[in-house]
Write a new protein. Structure first.
Length: 514
């Protein structure tokens, strides 16, 4: 059976070439054939960007509009499992309906936290002097790590009942304790899932992908199916890609497969190499690199000098002796053209240097720039530096929820409640732009300043609302109206923050499950 595998060279614009190749292959002169194509991409961000790539391709071809193909994602765990479910219903009837629902993420976190709390009680009962009690924050942190471990286990196809075998008995006691901790998953979690009539999100995603692969194997779809941009690093996805590559109207487009790396080096590629996932995918399909064809004519020209330099830099250690010959076959001047090195003294200087380069782009005609980094803290620093010049950067990774103004406000409220309305966290809440307590913003600000001058400077009041009221009663105030206004303001603080204080006082910060 023919295997249709393609690649787009790493120095080419992937989405642009993908759009051009799809148009040539299925679009026809006007692009009307694209609407009947199913395009599978690795992430939602890729789906959004692909729409813009098709718009630019239509513009290049002189078309004012184009009907886009159906675009779906196969790489995400949460919302995308619903897309896979819908896709199965469209293409394979109702066979996806008998799968249990996915466990909601927050529900799973609390259930795992309850198991961690019970595990802690059992461990401390055996050796209380060696095991200090865990706080609620630590318990939830461990529960979150257990959730990530579950997702990783399902992603890699590992069996939970084999956890006891991962550490030999001869290792140190703390390794045995780790295995005992992980037994939470193998011994208790399956029963909880059964009681909840649910399965883990990653498990459900794997099953949906498996069902889709089985459906298309039994009855190939009557329309083109193109999977592009995925390296098949998730085993379930790799199985689906293997099926798509063999469909009568299917094709898989790999991102930047190194087709020019010599055979010895390719055979030596290990798990840490950038090409390892694609090598594993080809091995799973039972084919070699020689069957992978360029997606567009532009990719037939081979690697650019810079791509060849990067390929050599990533050469497996077993064949680095070939570097002696590589220097004679690579145009190093062309490969290094435009490259620069800045050695910063620290993160602040690093962010400032990048911000200056980005700002320079705005002052240079017909130039563009992008910062590519996995370091979210660096991206935040650069954005802050650019904000000094009133430059708003488009952060494609978005803003973490915890850093948005509403979330920052909620965190301040939680801190103030946890510290029982200590002056500093209470003032941080009251001075936040979102805090008005039902009053006009100017009035709330005026009363906050009066509260600070009267009660929150000097000796710290006792904790909670009662402490504020006691401090007000003991204060020497010039007039009764002044006292009445502050008393009414404290009543508003109680109405706003009282539920949080009651919640903390009610459970005493006890871990889940107690």
């Amino acid at each position: 059976m023919t295997v249709r595998l393609h690649t787009i060279a790493s120095h080419r614009p992937f989405l642009g070439d993908l759009a051009a190749g799809l148009w040539d292959l299925h679009g026809g002169r006007s692009g009307e054939g694209l609407a009947g194509t199913l395009l599978l991409l690795p992430t939602r961000r890729a789906v959004r960007a692909m729409g813009e790539a098709f718009r630019l391709e239509a513009e290049r071809r002189g078309r004012q509009a184009v009907l886009l193909p159906r675009m779906r994602t196969i790489g995400d765990i949460d919302e995308e499992e619903l897309i896979l479910d819908r896709l199965l219903r469209e293409e394979a009837g109702t066979q996806a309906l008998d799968l249990p629902r996915a466990m909601p993420e927050m529900r799973r976190l609390f259930l795992l936290a309850r198991l961690v709390a019970r595990w802690q009680e059992r461990v401390r009962a055996e050796a209380p002097e060696d095991r200090p009690p865990l706080g609620a924050a630590q318990i939830f942190a461990l529960a979150r790590e257990l959730g990530r471990f579950l997702d990783l286990a399902y992603t890699e196809g590992a069996r939970l009942d084999s956890l006891a075998d991962i550490v030999p008995d001869t290792l140190a006691h703390h390794w045995a304790l780790t295995v005992e901790f992980l037994r939470i998953l193998s011994e208790h979690w399956p029963a909880i899932l059964e009681a909840e009539q649910a399965i883990d999100p990653a498990d459900r995603r794997n099953r949906l992908i498996g069902r889709l692969a089985e459906s298309w194997t039994a009855a190939p779809p009557a329309f083109p199916v193109i999977a592009a941009g995925s390296t098949g690093s998730i085993p379930a996805t790799a199985r689906l890609l293997a099926v798509i590559a063999r469909l009568p109207q299917g094709a898989v487009v790999l991102p930047g497969l190194d087709t020019e790396l010599d055979r010895a080096s390719w055979e030596a590629v290990g798990t840490g190499h950038a090409q390892a996932a694609m090598k594993s995918l080809l091995e799973r399909m039972g084919v070699g690199r020689e069957v992978v064809l360029p997606w567009t004519e532009e990719s037939r020209s081979g690697q650019s000098p810079r791509s060849r330099l990067v390929s050599e830099a990533l050469r497996p250690v077993d064949t680095t002796d070939a570097w002696q010959d590589a220097a004679r076959h690579i145009d190093l001047d062309a490969a290094r053209a435009g490259l620069g090195l800045i050695e910063a003294d620290g993160p602040g200087e690093e962010a400032l240097a990048i911000a200056l380069l980005l700002r320079e782009t705005l002052e240079t005609a017909d130039s563009t720039a992008a910062l590519v980094t996995p370091d979210r803290e660096l991206a935040r620093r650069v954005a802050s530096e650019l904000a000094r010049w009133d430059i708003t950067i488009d952060d494609s990774a978005g803003i973490p929820l915890a850093q948005t103004p509403p979330a920052a406000f909620l965190r301040l409220i939680a801190q103030a409640a946890e510290e029982r309305l200590a002056p500093a966290p209470l003032l941080a809440v009251l001075r936040h732009p979102l805090a008005a307590l039902g009053l006009p913003r100017g009035e709330a600000s005026r009363l906050t300043s009066r509260l600070e001058r009267t009660l929150l400077r000097g000796v710290r009041p006792a904790g909670g609302i009662a402490g504020l009221r006691a401090a007000l009663a003991a204060a020497d105030l010039p007039e009764a109206e002044y006292r009445a206004n502050l008393a009414a303001f404290i009543d508003r603080i109680e109405a706003g923050l009282g539920p949080f204080l009651t919640l903390l006082a009610g459970d005493g910060g006890a871990p889940p499950g107690r």
